[in-house]
Design a protein around this ligand. Structure first.
Ligand code: PAF
Length: 298
């Protein structure tokens, strides 16, 4: 059985696309153990609507692959509850945005096979019971701990039963950084300016800060040994994604609009912390983090 921890858009996407008899959700610790299966309508890329029903697992003893699709800030607590109940050899694949939560999990359970995934699949829920697979992309999976190194291929092959494009990734950290750069350059600006991704490109607040932000990120990436890249190249990557997703509401703006805690601590906040550790000033990341925190519940 493939257990899915986190019943948001991404968790529901995997649940809908994996073979029906192989996927089930792990409930929150405080959930009613007799809760009925999770039911929702899944709208495929082609626009077909399918009724999905997946059970909640009462125990995790039969879970042979665990997908963790919780928000970054909820991940450690969710795993502290569930991992003692999951068999030791079960690979755990982390799908969190940003960085920081993945390293924290790998540090807490170094002897477990912990993997991380970076995905560009797009899914959203216009209403709680309706999941739209809005755009397809690629998903890369790679090992974070040593015991996971021999498990990457089998995890990828099980996830490939969805029909999505899943790849093994030897260097998952640089891959997670690629997404972090885009999130750091789009999400806080869209949240602060309350605009869709494409509208950033002409806003003064974005134009005033984007070059300095990219300089900070380029310095951090070089110091971490991730990639030596010119700030202008990072800006181009960020602006390309903003243009390609022009009408989208970023996940951070979506969180603010719904009154939810954002993932800022794992995006620009992570970069601030890293800068402090490395002695690299990050005033723009700090400014964006502070402004987003002022907008969201803590
Ligand atoms: O976080 C998000 O919403 C997305 O990763 C991105 C790329 C900013 C597009 O909306």
């Amino acid at each position: 059985m493939i257990g899915i921890l986190g019943a948001g858009s991404l968790g529901r996407l995997w649940a809908a696309l994996l073979p029906e008899d192989q996927a089930a959700f792990l409930p929150r610790p405080d959930a009613d153990p007799a809760a009925p299966p999770l039911r929702y309508t899944f709208e495929s890329l082609q626009g077909d609507e399918i009724n999905v029903s997946r059970p909640w697992l009462g125990s995790a003893g039969d879970v042979t692959l665990l997908l963790v699709t919780t928000k970054a800030g909820d991940t450690l607590a969710a795993l502290r509850h569930w991992l003692p109940r999951v068999p030791e050899p079960t690979p755990v694949v982390l799908f969190q945005n940003g960085l920081g939560s993945q390293q924290a999990v790998a540090k807490a359970w170094p002897m477990r096979p912990i993997l991380a995934a970076s995905t560009t699949e797009g899914a959203n829920r216009p209403t709680p019971d309706h999941l739209i697979h809005a755009g397809t992309g690629d998903t890369w999976v790679g090992a974070l701990t040593r015991p996971a190194e021999s498990q990457t291929c089998s995890a990828v092959s099980r996830l490939s039963t969805t029909g999505l494009a899943i790849h093994t990734e030897e260097q998952i950290l640089p891959r997670l950084w690629q997404k972090l750069v885009v999130n750091a350059g789009i999400n806080p600006f869209t949240a602060i300016l309350d605009c869709p991704n494409g509208d950033l490109l002409t806003q003064n607040f974005f134009l005033e800060h984007i070059d300095a932000l990219c300089t900070e990120i380029a310095e951090l990436m070089a110091a971490e040994g991730i990639e030596r890249v010119a700030p202008a190249e990072l800006r181009q990557r960020i602006e390309t994604v903003a243009r390609n997703t022009a009408r989208n509401t970023s996940s951070m703006r979506g969180d603010i609009l719904k009154g939810r805690t954002t993932e800022i601590d794992f995006i620009n906040g992570y970069l601030v912390q890293l800068g402090q550790r490395l002695g690299i000033p990050t005033p723009v990341n700090q400014l964006l983090t502070d402004k987003v925190k002022q907008l969201s519940p803590q």
